[in-house]
Design a protein around this ligand. Structure first.
Ligand SMILES: Nc1ncnc2c1ncn2[C@@H]1O[C@H](COP(=O)(O)OP(=O)(O)O)[C@@H](O)[C@H]1O
Ligand SMILES: [Mg+2]
Length: 346
């Protein structure tokens, strides 16, 4: 049986001892990343995201705690074992970290040479990788002849050179404009789908999480304050920091404020909020359910957005007519249809 969990982090702590005051960058983190998922970690600057990511491949040694990757305890590996293991963990960076004096092809060849690949086959692998990231025409250019997006594509090709199982992304799109960000995110999504590579990314931008992540953890002060499926976190953020991040991008991150403005219009009936996912529209279902009752409905507000290209949205619906039992029966029927219903009033 294939093990679902690929990265298992327990009781992780990292205290930087080299600075006055001993900065506790990571405090007691528990986290698991499933095989094949795109997992995002979001937090403000200084939250500890980079430290956490760098602990995963042991660029930073944890002060305590354990990190298992594919069942292997990273903190117990010796230097040589770690070198081998790291080949299966690619990493990309905000500022690309390319060798400026080497061509695109040589930048990509670097990890292949380190891994001892024969020169005769390196060329073939470079060609494959250039094709994967769409840089076939640029093999002999130097980094300063490339745009930011192209540089990150080189970074991605280099990170994937040795067929890693995991790709770590440290603010990989934070230095890019929105359009280029989208093209890099699409590429990451593509790589995840095509090659089945597990992606662990950190960012301070909620649109990055929304565009490609399956699950998200929110970090603050070296701790994870909230974890969940991206959709759940978007629709029902719990922690204040999460609400802030969701508010940055969500069309209904402020849905509760919107509730207030609807309430001020003093609706006559009962207000419910329906959350829906997928292309389905719930109007026909609502029609079907109220048809044989005295209840009627009005859609007061609707929002639609998309997450990983799946549409989702919320409707605020006012149910009027009938008596309260009949209205409750309608709500029960909606729930029986598998629809997420939240009663707003009364
Ligand atoms: N090499 C280091 N030495 C000392 N302190 C560090 C080092 N790297 C990061 N820190 C401190 O650890 C905390 C978390 O930093 P970091 O992991 O870079 O956060 P983020 O990536 O979320 O911005 C910050 O207070 C930062 O100043
Ligand atoms: Mg960072």
């Amino acid at each position: 049986m294939e093990v679902l969990i690929l990265i298992h982090i327990e009781h992780l702590e990292k205290i930087y001892e080299n600075v006055p005051g001993r900065v506790p960058a990571i405090q007691k983190i528990h986290l698991h990343i499933n095989r094949g998922e795109i997992f995002g970690i979001i937090g403000h600057s200084g939250a500890g995201k980079s430290t956490l990511l760098r602990c995963v491949n042991m660029l930073e040694r944890p002060s305590s705690g354990t990190i298992q990757i594919d069942g292997e305890e990273m903190t117990r590996l010796d230097a040589r074992q770690l070198q081998t293991k790291r080949r299966k963990i690619g990493m990309i960076f905000q500022h690309f970290n390319l060798l400026s004096s080497a061509t695109v092809a040589d930048n990509i060849a670097f990890p292949l040479k380190l891994a001892g690949m024969a020169t005769s086959v390196i060329g073939t692998r470079i060609k494959e990788l250039l094709e994967l990231v769409g840089l076939q025409e640029h093999a002999h250019k130097f980094p300063n002849q490339l745009s930011g997006g192209q540089k990150q594509r080189v970074g991605i090709a280099r990170a994937l050179a040795n067929h890693p199982d995991i790709l770590l992304c440290d603010e990989a799109t934070s230095a890019l404009d929105p359009q280029t960000t989208n093209s890099i995110l699409s590429l990451l999504l593509d790589i995840n789908k095509k090659l089945g590579i597990t992606i662990l990314l950190i960012t301070h931008e909620m649109q990055v999480i929304r565009a490609i992540c399956d699950r998200v953890a929110v970090m603050e002060n070296g701790q994870i304050v909230e974890t969940g499926n991206v959709l759940d976190v978007f629709l029902k953020p719990q922690h204040a920091v999460t609400k802030d991040f969701v508010g940055q991008v969500s069309d209904f991150g402020s849905s509760h404020e919107e509730d207030d403005s609807i309430l001020r219009t003093s609706p006559r009936g009962k207000l419910i909020r329906i959350t829906y996912i997928g292309a389905k529209t719930y109007e026909p279902i609502l029609f079907q359910i109220v048809k044989s009752t005295q209840v009627s409905f009005a859609i007061l507000q609707g929002t639609i957005s998309s997450m990983k290209h799946v549409p989702y949205g919320q409707l605020v619906v006012e149910l009027t007519g009938g008596d309260s039992h009949e209205i409750d029966a309608v709500i029960t029927r909606l729930k029986q249809e598998g629809i997420d219903v939240e009663v707003i009033t009364p």
